[in-house]
Design a protein around this ligand. Sequence first.
Ligand SMILES: [Zn+2]
Ligand SMILES: [Zn+2]
Length: 254
Amino acid sequence: MKLIDSHSHLILEAFDNDREEVIEQAFSCGVTHIVQSCDNLQEIERNLILANKYKNIWSSVGIHPHEAKTWTNESKDTILNYTKEEKVIAIGETGLDFFYNYSPQDVQIAVFHEQIKIAKEVSLPLIIHCRDAFKETIELLKIEKLEKGVFHCYTGDMETAKEALKLGLYISWSGILTFKNANDLRLIAKEIPLEKTLIETDCPFLTPLPYRGKRNEPKYVQYVAQELAKIHNVTPEEIGEITSNNTKKLFGIT
Ligand SMILES: [Zn+2]
Ligand SMILES: [Zn+2]
């Protein structure tokens, strides 16, 4: 089975002792590409070192809603500069997180808005993080008519998912889809056309069953694929093929 992990955080401390091993294992378990998500402008350098070391590791550049308060007058230019790097293929992850509120909500909204505009300016897809702020997120995306992007680790309702699809955006499923209490999410996943679906780990977080509670890693994206296959009544191989094609199309990678 061939799979792409469309969202990972391999530079985090959780992988400091065995990063290379984790990556090699993922590749030997059928993971063909890994898209690294960037949370802040300190991380991007390390993401790039990793991406430049491995042919099929790529990275976004941007500021996570948790870190929106770190935005400065120079952030836009810094992000724009990094988009010139060959391995930088998306803006983000950005969005709104009104669950944790690690940055004030008005700051999150302003910094998200800036990054939507940057994505449009440079024609790169946007990686959207959203928790407990789906109404506000969709509103901004609609104002800017953002067409290229993905709601990563989707946990919203059906209505928001349909609004996202109307804009042309993709929906990405994480290990949460395998959790016992995720029936509502599985019902939504069934309604989302596979041509608009991506899969991811968001590792080291959100480890799918049967490894829930342990550290997540890219090779476990297979369990998200298996769950999605059950939901759509197709084979995991088909899920792998369709979501891989979608991911390549969205991020413009081969
Ligand atoms: Zn996220
Ligand atoms: Zn993430």
